[in-house]
Design a protein. Structure first.
Length: 446
């Protein structure tokens, strides 16, 4: 089947590449000359494990193409996926201007029957709104259906998430469109991936509700971790005991400095705004948003309390991406910590395996107080504190003896609990973590 993907950002490129791997003929369209040139050269504009190889494989097979010509790509396609950005406005709503722009252009090129699929995260009601724009612009011979097919891709494991999904959600009231979408996802039926077919509005809500629920779970566990520190409990044991209850589940029970990235912050705020607009407030979601802000602020306070005045003192920050296996620093807790400490006068020495370029751009306002190191040990040498902000595997295997020798003061703040607190303290570190402060060399849990 001929497929067009409008937008070659994270969602669009992963979707287009994986659909090509399913055997479809896919053209990914983008208005950026630089992005198309990068893709035509066989490279990808962001870090995602396994994606580059899959792009090169399907490009070589002739199933995956890249173009700036949206009109030709649309005319040849039976299915058109909209995967453009929907950033938030100052009020927290989703900005649908890119979706509207594509719809206005798309409507003029509709011929025969086509299925228009929203892959971007959009608020409930967007499908009906999009249909109205397309109907106004389409010619008399054009027929189409609008389908909601939200993405559930985790950065760092997006290829596997698409090829082996927990579920696929298809929102449409048209049996004809549903049949087309079943054909699109035929390989997933063969591996018995769950397919949820519903109306457009419910499909749009599933995306927001899913992300908001996970954000609430993270916020809850961070609050419990803070309480564990206060009462002497071990949050990891608490999480294990909770997660064994199948009604709760073990995932997203890991404490830390709060969530970040492109989805959870934006989607929780959008859902909260949607609730207010429809006289159905979402106080639990609003509380999760507040807890998330508080958690990163508390981390800065923890560092300042341990060090005293930070002005003029060297602090190493390990990890800048919001999670491992990505170079995405959007709303990363590490950026907040770096910025607040730099504004207080600290000299930040930062390292991340893949996200330094993105972080340098995002931290331009405090760039004069930040040095980016070539590796973790270079960042740590001479520092008075080390703060682990992203749980990259390489940080789990740090040579603690080497670190202890090269630091000016052996203060280690482990915001992700990647190290063993007992072992680390036995080696002479002042070790601060989240929800495990009670664990000392003298107090070992049974």
């Amino acid at each position: 089947m001929n497929v067009a993907i409008i937008g070659t950002g994270y969602v669009g490129l992963v979707t287009g590449t994986c659909l090509a791997d399913f055997g479809h003929t896919v053209t990914c369209v983008d208005s950026s000359d630089a992005r198309i040139a990068t893709l035509l050269a066989g490279d990808i504009p962001f870090y995602e494990p396994g994606l580059r190889e899959l792009v090169q494989k399907n490009t070589a097979a002739g199933r995956l193409r890249f173009s700036k010509d949206s009109s030709a790509s649309v005319r040849d396609a039976a299915v058109i996926f909209l995967a453009v950005g929907t950033p938030e406005t100052a009020s927290g709503e989703a900005d649908l201007s890119q979706v509207e722009g594509v719809a206005l252009e798309l409507g003029a090129h509709l011929t025969g029957y086509m299925v228009i699929v929203t892959k971007s995260t959009v608020p409930v009601g967007t499908g009906a709104w999009l249909r109205g724009i397309l109907q106004h612009r389409a010619g008399p011979d054009a027929t189409f259906d609008v389908v909601s097919n939200p993405e559930f891709l985790r950065e760092g494991s997006a290829v596997n998430d698409f090829l082996r999904p927990d579920r696929v959600v298809i929102g449409t009231s048209s049996e004809r469109a549903a049949a087309v979408m079943r054909e699109i996802y035929r390989p997933l039926y063969l591996i018995e991936a769950p397919i949820v077919t519903t109306d457009v509005e419910s499909a749009e809500m599933i995306k927001y509700a899913s992300n908001a629920f996970l954000a609430v779970k993270i916020g809850f566990m961070n609050s419990i971790a803070n309480l564990c520190d206060a009462v002497g409990a071990d949050v990891h044991v608490v999480a294990k005991g909770m997660g064994l209850d199948k009604r709760i589940g073990a995932k997203f029970l890991h404490p830390g400095p709060g969530y970040g990235g492109s989805c959870f912050p934006k989607d929780t705020r959008a859902l909260a705004v949607l609730g207010v607009q429809n006289d159905a407030p979402q106080p639990i979601v609003e509380a999760a948003i507040e807890v998330n802000h508080t958690q990163r602020r508390l981390l800065v306070e923890k560092i300042a309390t341990a060090m005293g005045p930070v002005a003029g003192r060297a602090i190493a920050v390990l990890g800048l991406a919001f999670k491992p296996n990505t170079d995405d620093v959007r709303e990363a807790p590490a950026l907040y910590v770096c910025r607040e400490l730099a504004r207080a006068g600290a000299d930040i020495r930062a390292f991340d395996p893949v996200a330094i370029a993105a972080a340098a751009e995002a931290l331009a306002d405090v760039r004069d107080r930040i040095t980016f190191a070539d590796d973790a040990y270079a960042a740590i040498e001479g520092a008075e504190a080390v703060v682990i902000m992203t749980e990259w595997n390489e940080f789990r295997g740090l040579d603690l003896e080497r670190i202890r020798r090269t630091m000016k003061r052996p203060l280690l703040v482990d915001a992700r609990n990647v190290l063993d607190p007992i072992q680390t303290r036995q080696m002479g570190f002042e070790y601060l973590c989240t929800g495990r402060q009670s664990l000392t060399p003298q107090k070992v849990p049974a």
